[in-house]
Ligand binder design. Structure first.
Ligand code: GAR
Length: 231
């Protein structure tokens, strides 16, 4: 599992500026996969820059769709980007291109951020326990497409979002973070989706920090935080 030492690479001064080499040993490379506007990606990028996600950098942003807003945003931030179109390719052929790019950029942790494409079992096996996904419902309720609309139409009183490990089944791996959002009588699908999205931006950063910190174990489907011994 990914182990981190405490150092804040974006702080202006401090141990990292003195021990840049040592810190770079613990710095983890994130690979972001997206298909659309990329607001979750942008929240992650902002939180890396502000030091809320310490010891991480984004080494590549990949989209399977040309014209994805997230790629434009990544380019403006000066990040490495790749557009690897999936249309017309069988799943594993496309996944092999994506995995080659992730490996070329030495990615430690992959964050699916609105990546609207199922990963092949082969892809998942390349990065065991190192692929995260965000889904706009309280899983296991409402997996698949348009989760917010599914929840709204079902009439739930509470919805939310889930960040989970990716396994070989759709929207299924062990849950890392969930955040709840009340469904108001005055809501429509759009207002509910917008409030869920605000929580997504918080949840993804929390989940990345938990995983990069490495201080957890998986018991069955349950992610359990370990209690740190105090000195
Ligand atoms: C987000 O709501 C994310 O949870 C959802 O796509 C949206 C992407 O928004 N993902 C899924 O539905 C995956 N099953 P963004 O491009 O602004 O981050």
């Amino acid at each position: 599992m990914l182990k981190q030492k405490a150092c804040r690479p974006f702080a202006k001064a401090g141990p990292c500026s003195l021990l840049a080499e040592a810190c770079s040993l613990t710095m983890k490379n994130l690979g972001i996969l997206l298909s659309g506007r990329g607001s979750n990606f942008e929240a992650i990028a902002r939180n890396i820059q502000s030091g809320k996600i310490p010891n991480a950098r984004i080494s590549i942003v990949i989209s399977n769709k040309a014209g994805a807003g997230g790629i434009e945003a990544a380019t403006k931030l000066g990040l490495n980007t790749a557009i690897l179109p999936s249309k017309g390719k069988d799943r594993e052929t496309h996944d092999r291109e994506v995995v080659a790019s992730l490996k070329e950029h030495k990615v430690d942790l992959i964050c699916l951020a609105g990546y609207m494409r199922l990963l092949s079992p082969w892809f998942v096996q390349q990065f065991p326990g190192r692929i995260l996904n965000i889904h706009p419902s309280l899983l296991p309720a409402f997996p698949g497409l348009e989760a917010q609309q599914q929840a709204f139409a079902y009439g739930v009183k509470t919805s939310g979002c889930t960040v989970h490990f990716v396994d070989e089944e759709l929207d299924h791996g062990a849950i890392i973070v969930q955040k709840t959002v009340p469904v108001l009588d005055s809501d429509d699908e759009h207002t509910l989706s917008a409030r869920i999205l605000e929580q997504e931006h918080l949840a993804y950063t929390e989940a990345i920090n938990i995983v990069l910190d490495g201080n957890y174990e998986i018991a069955g489907r349950r992610l359990l935080r370990k209690i740190r011994a105090s000195n």
